[in-house]
Design a protein around this ligand. Sequence first.
Ligand SMILES: [Zn+2]
Length: 211
Amino acid sequence: MGLVVLGIMYLRRFANIAKPFSLAVALIAFSLQAAGRSYRSINPALVSRAEQVTGDRFTVVTTTPLGVTVFARTTPRVDLLNAIDRGFADLFAVAQRHGYRNRLRFSDYTVFIGRADRTKDSSGRYSPDIAVPAQQYAGSDYDQGGFIYAAGMVLAFNPCAFVIAEHDRDLGRVSNVVRYEGEHLILYYNDRALYERTADHSRGGGHPILQ
Ligand SMILES: [Zn+2]
């Protein structure tokens, strides 16, 4: 984005000796392309995996005020970014109480915000969730016919990444989902045995895992 600003300032100063409009368009196009390259270059395999799981295109990348990397389809609202930070703050606090030391920085995490495949649960309550392949949940109570609805899903361990659904309200739920998905990643790096016992909810158990 810095490029765009520079380009426009440059054009203002030299407006009468250039063709300002066409040059401005060229500069802006160049700048957007550069931005597009840089966000994909963060981790192209991770972005591809997230897009494959969700069927979404993540064209926006930003960071929360406390430093979590966020990919989204449209620019996320600031209060949503703050809700993500609150979820991680709660998670890190409980992790520290357990004496965990690894992956306790906001910048260790990447969150994808995908399109919700449903916005209400079976009882009619606001519950934006994403549909993901059933896999080990096939035939369980969660199975909707080859897929399950999940509030969030871990995508990668290095970097630590998961996906949640877009919310336009109930941002406390966003904080909870972040805290819960983050639990799996914190456990993976701090208590592998507990991670193994709790990673697969089709065998029972839910969240929070850490009290
Ligand atoms: Zn879980």
